[in-house]
Write a protein that binds this ligand. Structure first.
Ligand SMILES: Cc1cc2nc3c(=O)[nH]c(=O)nc-3n(C[C@H](O)[C@H](O)[C@H](O)COP(=O)(O)OP(=O)(O)OC[C@H]3O[C@@H](n4cnc5c(N)ncnc54)[C@H](O)[C@@H]3O)c2cc1C
Length: 441
């Protein structure tokens, strides 16, 4: 990819690997004649935990495709590849290097998703030789200010009440001032047991395009000792590919999403789930757009309310709620260990070698697909980690490593909060602990 060669003093615009959206705030006032977009594949980000090979390949492939998309619009992109000999291997290092190469009037950045990198970017803004404008990430439905206002003065934060406000504000699934159908939440209808012989639908996976194949080859070469396989890579790496997956889900899968939302069965990794978290988290698809399209499916009479409400609640409710909690409580949240858990993570979380069939199944799908669905993450590996008393740092490390959609802002409130109660009841009101009764006789 060509490096920038403009000489005007425009704006240097940073686009991070999970900021691959046309409407990113850092790109909002972009002037292709003067500005340069900086994108960098750096080892600091690829290795601060040893991410699954598919996750690194996904992010590199999606970044490379996004850079090409910008270049097709006439934008100059300074794209630093992972194997560039001059790569400093940190985002801040690459910002300094870009400023050394040519003069800019300003640097524009969209706030990043993780506290760790946010600290580094704030420090950079303090020492950079030009003004640095760190802008809000408006791709989220609830801003930090809005969440703080909602949380202010509350003794406990409950997703359900937050979600109702989001529904009201967005006017989603509303019947005037009342919730559609008279209830806010249809979870009670979403716990059906799988009927014998029922199989989940075949799912649309995405064959890697040429750009993705290149990224997969680079990761195989440069990160051979990271967890997981690359053979079954099937994640969308462009907005167009992600749209195919969303459209397929809305038409063929969403109608049954609610009924089987809490079900699991051996050898069925996808069930009736959306398979969209990687694409939403990268910015390839827009969360509010998906909610509105899901609502339209319901309004057209093509999916029942329990399915559509349940699906929208995951995005408008849970996704926005955990982000709000993360940013409200970091950095203190990262050290929470309410149950004083101190054991190491058992080796079978990596090897899958255990007689517990459901655990072996989750480890296998996590290794092969960098994916497990929500119930597997919550009730199998999360629940077991809590019952065993595994230290939350080790739990976080495992989840951040194995899933292609893992970013600390969404991973941590789910592990420390929802799954293991390490946060002492900020995300959930009680621990989700479950086990099979064992005979003591
Ligand atoms: C212990 C644990 C760790 C998790 N770690 C992550 C993570 O690192 N990254 C991540 O994106 N999700 C995480 N989740 C949430 C959820 O499991 C995944 O978003 C989901 O499995 C992704 O698959 P899907 O797109 O098929 O989801 P669906 O079941 O189809 O749900 C649709 C969308 O809703 C959102 N969503 C659903 N549940 C949650 C939730 N609890 N928190 C936030 N968003 C939610 C996601 O964007 C998801 O794509 C975690 C959950 C648990 C219990």
């Amino acid at each position: 990819m060509p490096h920038a060669n403009t000489t005007g003093r425009g704006t240097l615009r940073l686009v991070l690997g999970d900021q691959l959206s046309d409407d990113l705030s850092a790109l909002s006032d972009l002037d292709p004649a003067r500005d340069v977009v900086l994108m960098a594949e750096v080892r600091d980000e690829a290795t601060y935990v040893k991410h699954h090979k598919q996750k690194i390949a996904l992010i590199f492939a999606a970044m490379r495709s996004f850079a090409l998309r910008l270049e097709r619009r006439g934008v100059t992109v300074r794209y630093v590849r992972i194997d560039d000999p001059d790569n400093t291997h940190s985002i801040v290092g690459e910002l300094h290097r870009a400023l050394d190469v040519q003069p800019f009037e300003e640097v524009a950045i969209t706030e990043c998703g993780e506290w760790r990198l946010a600290q580094a970017l704030t420090a950079f803004a303090g020492v950079a030789r030009v003004p640095v404008d760190i802008r809000e990430d408006w791709r989220f439905i609830c801003s930090h200010d809005r969440f703080r206002r909602w949380a202010s003065g509350k003794s406990s934060l409950r997703m359900e009440f937050f979600y109702r406000e989001m529904r009201r504000e967005a006017g989603i699934l509303m019947d005037g001032k009342a919730p559609e159908g008279g209830q806010w939440n249809y979870d009670a209808e979403n716990r059906k047991k799988l009927t014998r012989g029922l199989r989940p639908p075949r799912r649309l996976r995405t064959a890697p395009d040429e750009v993705a194949q290149g990224a997969i080859a680079d990761v195989a070469r440069l990160f051979p000792d990271h967890f997981g396989g690359l053979e079954d890579f099937g994640w969308p790496t462009t907005a167009e590919q992600a749209e195919f997956v969303v459209a397929d889900f809305l038409e063929y899968v969403l109608p049954s999403f609610g009924d089987w939302q809490d079900a699991m069965t051996p050898g069925e990794p996808w069930m009736w789930h959306g398979l969209i978290s990687t694409s939403i988290n990268l910015g390839l698809i827009d969360s509010m757009d998906i909610c509105r399209r899901a609502e339209a499916v319901y309004r057209a009479g093509k999916a029942p309310l329990n399915a559509v409400e349940g699906f929208i609640r995951q995005i408008l409710g849970w996704r926005e709620f955990v982000r709000g909690v993360y940013w409200l409580k970091v950095p203190e949240y990262r050290a929470r260990n309410f149950l004083d858990a101190d054991r190491a993570l058992p080796w079978f979380y990596w090897s899958g070698e255990t007689d517990m069939a459901c655990v072996a199944d989750v480890v296998a799908t996590s290794r092969d697909n960098a994916y497990a669905h929500h119930i597997q993450r919550l009730m199998v590996t999360g629940n077991l980690a809590m019952l065993l008393g595994v230290h939350p740092d080790a739990v976080d490390d495992w989840y951040m490593t194995v899933y292609a959609d893992a970013y600390e802002w969404v991973e941590m409130p789910n592990t420390r909060g929802m799954a293991t109660f390490a946060d002492g009841g900020i995300v959930g009101s009680k621990p989700y602990a479950a086990s099979r009764p064992i005979s003591t006789g």
